[in-house]
Design a protein around this ligand. Sequence first.
Ligand SMILES: Cc1cc2nc3c(=O)[nH]c(=O)nc-3n(C[C@H](O)[C@H](O)[C@H](O)COP(=O)(O)OP(=O)(O)OC[C@H]3O[C@@H](n4cnc5c(N)ncnc54)[C@H](O)[C@@H]3O)c2cc1C
Ligand code: SF4
Length: 508
Amino acid sequence: MPRTIWILGDQLGPDNAALAGARKQDDVLFTVESPRHLGKLPYHQQRLVLLLSSARHYAEEKRKEGWKVDCHPLEEGATWELALAAHVKKHKPECILLAQPNNYDEQQAVEKLAKKFPIEILPTRQFLVPRADFIAWAKGKKSLLMETHYRRVRQEFGFLMQPDGQPVGDRWNFDEENRKTFRDWTKAARPRADVAPVEPGKITRDVIALVEKHFSGNPGKAADFWLPVERAGALRWLDDFIATRLAGFGPWEDLMVEDERLLFHSVISPTINLGLLTPRECIERAIAAYEKGMAPLASVEGFVRQIAGWREFINGVYWLKMPEYAEVNGLGAERPLPEFFYTGETDLNCLRQTIAQVRATGFNHHIQRLMVLGNFLLLAGIKPQEALRWFLEMYVDAHDWVMAANVLGMVLHADGGFMATKPYAAGSGYISRMSNYCAGCRYKPEIKTGPEACPFNYLYWDFYARHETRFAKNPRIGMALKTLAKKSPAERKAVADSAREFLQGIDG
Ligand SMILES: Cc1cc2nc3c(=O)[nH]c(=O)nc-3n(C[C@H](O)[C@H](O)[C@H](O)COP(=O)(O)OP(=O)(O)OC[C@H]3O[C@@H](n4cnc5c(N)ncnc54)[C@H](O)[C@@H]3O)c2cc1C
Ligand code: SF4
């Protein structure tokens, strides 16, 4: 009897656990483009193109390799359950094999379906660290340190390790070298720092038309789609990054420049999250580049840290803490998300530029997400679940597993500091040092309160004033609270008045 290999839309990798041991001549691959999943939120049109086109390319590739593939396209309108029922009736498989879904609600849905269908769920191979292993490591800890997890992963996999068990370069961390500012950028000879958009082929063009028809009201323009949709294309982008941008990745990691959307970032998140790239090959290719002298250690270590460290950590926290994590609101933030997050119509130039970019491309790099958007949402006290929803809707690389801990934990400190010892809160100083946004802004970064002042300045002090008692015992926040304590009553009042007035203005 045949077996069914169920491939979810973000499991398109070369190492899908359900495919290992499958037999081309007998078994059938099964995919569903469920409108219920694709329409759960008004997702960015380019995210939908990426998901649909990648899944269709994958099916096409498998057919060419000689597999039987049973696809249930979006146009059919079937849920997972309806499609499964039709598939089982036609193919009568002895079992349905599936790698663990990457997202909690999908895992729940599959477990429910497993009561009706002979589904067998296998441990996923899409991450370096198995879920159970991370949970065992985290067990009993009141808070988690990414750095400890990262060193553990490097040791276990031997990434950038010397034979004596010490890290290559005798340091685990090269952050000191990796903080070049906008002023440094103006003085630097600037090498190439962008990617050429991928020309859409027939499958992608058909998908663009489909998305335009079914999701016309969603943000973004499907026709401006720019990403690779096949493993071969994803590998080409990875290699292009390694050859032309990896060397600059470290020093310019935190930089933000108007009209320079990618700088030296890899833009592998859209494809690695669909399984088109494996974390191990991304890391190994970067390390090989270091060994060949193509990129300095500080850049390569920084890149390895993002994948072996942050990516694995974020995924681990998600599976450790779901489903309760989705509802956390440790700072009691209740303000609704301002409308301008959708329209981009705001006088704050850093936000205007960043939102315009995500509306156009479905992408911002990490520091734009963390220190512009995230910082604002944190300081303004926006309700975490509204912020999370916006991030999920707007980004081409968005998936619940990766957004939840990034937005709720890292950005909004809504998990009570479980995964970040202090909030990533900053006044205008950080943004004006790392970008050229302030030059084109109607606000002045050097003014602290009043109508001309940069809102990040008074919102920063207002945030700490609101949470003074809560953070009093946190040694990592001591400096900010000491400075706040030195402010005169008049200064504190000016901060509170400016913050109240500004926040009333965004409440609509
Ligand atoms: C508020 C917020 C929302 C985010 N949402 C997403 C998201 O939906 N999807 C997503 O993949 N990443 C998300 N990130 C993490 C990070 O911003 C993106 O992975 C990165 O910007 C993608 O661009 P890149 O591929 O050029 O990454 P690079 O800067 O080149 O880094 C290389 C890779 O490291 C991994 N990585 C780095 N940081 C993180 C992190 N914090 N969490 C998980 N992986 C990481 C990614 O796979 C990334 O592709 C978010 C971060 C924040 C602060
Ligand atoms: S002045 Fe303030 S609001 Fe304007 S761009 Fe700079 S940091 Fe952003």
